[in-house]
Design a protein around this ligand. Structure first.
Ligand code: 3HC
Length: 311
């Protein structure tokens, strides 16, 4: 009976067991996972654009190789996540169409420009650092394919974060102009990185249900706080200031207090009015159109292979 299936699902989630693609699951659970995993995948793919802007202008071959590896990783993360979404019965074409037509989102963070080389360091340190803080708990998500994709993605993210930190350290300890470039990038990327964790808990539409299903393991504000507490000593080690005059250690809380986030800016970016929204989605649509021949060729080859007419 449906009640039996529901009870078995609830018992599995309560027992911290993994829900697998063939298991019965509430339609709302499936829909929320498709929503989150697809938007996570879209974020990875769109996230290639800001950094790709600097691959041809990296200051050394070493930096160029690192950045190419990172951008390539982001594409791979997107593919893992689209594959995880497909286990829920949705096709990649359908999800990409929703991205291209604005019916699904990608992370707000990728709607900001990368104005100098130091932005590559700030993105690695802050954006990938925030992604790690958000993604490590997702390794314990109740849905098996998503949790397993996260384990591999988190390993690669730690390389992304470390190369960004090391890049900023080199600039911060460089000439005064290089130090200033690093500080300017941190000034521009700090607050948008805090917005990556989502709206405040009391404005989060999905958190309560997502946490009941053990998809989301910690609230938006809890992970944001965790990220701030991680970044403060790292910023000190970098010799760079975080652009928040209200940031200070609160002995009583054992956490850092920090200033108010500009949620009006966050809402504007989500509405499509961020600095680079139009540019990012236009570039994405163009890449999809220009890549049609690759998809057709791969599909034709797959058909021939199934027919045994090619090795
Ligand atoms: N950007 C865009 N949309 C956001 C957002 C952000 N920073 N934060 C929240 N939203 C959206 C949510 O998607 C939801 O809209 P929807 O109903 O259309 O999906 C709405 O705002 C309300 O937010 P909620 O807190 O209620 O939504 P969630 O419970 O889904 O929490 C989340 C938001 C914490 C981002 C969660 O979806 C999540 O953990 N997602 C997986 C991680 C992820 O997507 N990270 C994005 C960055 S990927 C990345 O950084 C790659 C790295 O390699 C650089």
């Amino acid at each position: 009976t449906a009640e039996g299936f529901e009870a078995a699902f609830d018992a599995a989630v309560a027992a911290d067991e993994r829900i697998e693609p063939r298991d019965w699951m509430p339609e709302a659970y499936r829909a929320s996972l498709v929503r989150q995993i697809a938007q996570h995948a879209h974020s990875e793919i769109i996230g290639m654009q800001p950094e790709a802007n600097w691959i041809s202008r990296a200051p050394s071959l070493r930096r160029k190789a690192i950045l190419m590896a990172k951008v390539q990783d982001e594409a791979g993360h997107g593919l893992y996540l689209y594959s995880a979404a497909e286990t829920l019965g949705t096709g990649r074409e359908e999800l990409l169409d929703k991205l291209h037509t604005g019916r699904q989102k990608y992370s707000s963070i990728f709607n900001y420009p990368t104005l100098t080389w130091a932005d590559v360091g700030a993105i690695g340190w802050l954006v990938d650092g925030a992604a790690i803080t958000n993604q490590v708990p997702l390794c314990r998500c109740s849905y098996g394919p998503y949790a397993r994709a996260m384990v591999r993605i988190c390993k690669e993210e730690s390389f992304h974060q470390r190369q960004g930190y090391e890049l900023l350290l080199a600039l911060s300890n460089g000439t005064p102009a290089q130090h200033e470039m690093a500080q300017d990038a941190v000034n521009r990327w700090w607050w948008p990185s805090l917005m990556m964790f989502g709206p405040p808990d009391d404005e989060s539409a999905h958190s309560a249900q997502s946490m009941a299903w053990k998809i989301k393991r910690h609230s938006n504000d809890e992970l944001r706080q965790r990220f701030v507490d991680i970044c403060v000593p790292q910023a000190e080690a970098l010799g760079l200031a975080l652009p928040d005059p209200d940031l200070r250690w609160n002995e009583e809380r054992g956490r850092h207090d920090f200033g108010a986030i500009d949620w009006a800016e966050f809402r504007e970016v989500l509405k499509g009015n961020g600095p680079c929204n139009e540019q990012r989605i236009t570039q994405r649509r163009r890449a999809h159109e220009e890549g049609a021949w690759v998809r057709d060729a791969a599909a034709a080859y797959a058909t021939k292979r199934r027919a045994g007419s090619v090795p």
